[in-house]
Design a protein around this ligand. Structure first.
Ligand SMILES: Nc1ncnc2c1ncn2[C@@H]1O[C@H](COP(=O)(O)OP(=O)(O)OP(=O)(O)O)[C@@H](O)[C@H]1O
Length: 470
């Protein structure tokens, strides 16, 4: 298996050269493929990525190669995560009052009555949308609107029972084991060891999550590439730190945290409030890194409270939630037209998202709630869909239709995605189930234990106060 990356001639660093960076020229490449009237077969696509030579190292581990962009092959395969009618409800205990006992009147929306003692609370109500590779989709809304719940639902981190709706990748249902191996979920605060440097932290993550078959030098290469991708070159040798030890800044720490979760280069990346608690510059840098990750061929979905104007410029799609319902879905650029059509034009010089959040909050406090905006969004979406159907099919959609999910993932693995455990040899068209190519655990448990122990020991050794000698 070889890691194939785009030939980015603007990058002088050999390390940076090994970072995949697929930009929108991919669409042009796809157009070329389509206009040639020869539909790209999977074998053809794989030939583009599979003919690269292995490094003369004697082992069979993936190598980082440069894909010549003059080649007629697309730079990455499109991935589209679609979700429709996502609804999530939970049972809540109802307060039993004398009045309830007499009238047995069910509570009103969003909590509708079920029994005298319990009610159903709808946390997500009929949410639909789409996220694509190369793009960042942001889930926004006030506190308690359901952002984290939606991210959890899409990342398959919730009990199936009460979750309704459909989630597909490239039109196919995602088996939970497959989702697990092709995705990563970044929590707000990962536990990092304070006395390890940024580089060491990422190297331990590589040893833990990347397969044993990948040589140490390849793991080091991946770490160095990631350090550049995360914009952490200047902090690479700095310890993480904590209250008692000076270390990296909050923004850098957050990027390290993201790095440990994406060491295996996942296709789908979910993040719950990756910018929370950061100053605006650090938050911008985190989202900039996420944009870079998306452009390397990943689908990035994150929740965010109040993005600054600069961050807004990095977002491709947004879903605004209000009490579990969608009140806006679309690109940031459509916000002015949307709210103007709704009868509340955004004043010039006002931050669009702040305006939207304020208006949503105002509506939530009004007697009718956000019902009018929810309905307006539905009709706006229908109108937009009608307009889109009149437009010709996009080239990436054409390619999508030609490849099954299995093929797209296999080709992605052959390009170096999912380096954790991926052992695909890209020399044929018949592939087995991608899940069988990507084991859930990259390493046997004894290796995991050894890596964890070594990490813990290194960290403790550098904390003399632990041994009473401070
Ligand atoms: N297990 C649960 N039991 C009861 N209520 C729940 C449960 N899980 C979520 N909720 C409620 O669902 C709503 C949505 O929660 P969620 O955490 O998704 O909101 P959020 O938009 O991410 O909020 P924040 O920005 O504050 O993190 C909240 O009102 C929350 O209290």
């Amino acid at each position: 298996m070889s890691r194939v990356v785009a030939n980015n001639t603007s990058s002088p660093s050999p390390v940076r050269d090994s970072v995949p960076f697929y930009d929108r020229r991919e669409v042009a490449a796809m157009e070329m493929l389509q206009s040639s009237n020869n539909s790209p077969t999977f074998g053809h696509l794989l030939k583009c990525v599979g003919d690269v030579r292995k490094e003369v190292t004697g082992d069979e581990t993936p190598v980082h190669q440069v894909l010549d962009m003059t080649d007629a092959c697309p730079r990455s395969l499109p991935f589209v995560l679609s979700f429709s009618h996502i609804t999530y409800s939970i049972k809540v205990r109802r307060k039993v009052t004398l009045q309830n006992l007499i009238r047995r009147k069910p509570a009103t929306d969003p909590v509708s009555g079920e029994t005298l003692f319990s009610a159903t609370k709808t946390i997500l109500n009929d949410i639909s949308g789409e996220a694509r590779d190369g793009e960042i989709m942001a889930v926004m809304g006030a506190s308690g609107s359901g952002k984290s719940t939606l991210i959890d639902a899409l990342a398959n981190r919730m009990a199936k029972g009460s979750l309704k709706g459909e989630i597909t990748l490239n039109g196919e249902q995602l088996e939970s084991r497959l989702l697990k191996v092709i995705s990563a979920y970044v929590m707000q605060d990962d536990l990092l060891f304070p006395m390890l440097t940024v580089e060491e932290t990422l190297m331990f993550a590589a040893e833990f999550r990347l397969p044993r078959t990948l040589s140490k030098s390849k793991k080091k290469l991946r770490v160095q590439a990631l350090i550049d991708q995360l914009g952490l070159r200047n902090a690479a040798k700095t310890v993480i730190g904590d209250e008692g030890h000076r270390g990296v800044s909050g923004g850098e720490r957050r990027r390290v945290s993201i790095g440990t979760d994406i060491i295996h280069d996942p296709i789908l990346l979910f993040l719950d409030e990756p910018t929370s608690g950061l100053d605006s510059t650090s938050a911008y840098m985190v989202v900039k890194v996420l944009q870079r990750i998306a452009q390397s061929g990943s689908v990035v979905i994150m929740s965010i409270h109040q993005p600054s104007y600069r961050i807004l410029g990095l977002l491709d799609r947004m879903i605004f939630l209000s009490r579990g319902q969608t009140v806006y879905s679309g690109p940031p650029s459509n916000l002015p037209l949307y709210f103007s059509d709704f009868g509340h034009p955004i004043p010039d010089n006002e931050n669009r998202t702040e305006f939207a959040l304020d208006l949503i909050r105002e509506l939530e406090g009004s007697p009718g709630g956000t019902k009018s905006l929810v309905e307006f969004n539905k009709s706006w979406q229908t109108l937009k869909r009608g307009n889109n159907n009149n437009n010709s099919e996009s080239p990436s959609n054409g390619l999508l239709a030609k490849l099954s999910l299995k093929e797209a993932i296999s080709a992605s693995i052959s390009r170096g995605k999912l380096v954790s455990g991926a052992a695909a040899t890209a020399n044929g068209t018949t592939f087995t189930n991608p899940t069988s190519m990507v084991p859930t655990f990259a390493n046997p448990s004894w290796i995991e234990m050894a890596v964890l122990s070594k990490r813990s020991f290194t960290n403790s050794r550098r904390m003399p106060e632990l041994f009473g000698s401070a």
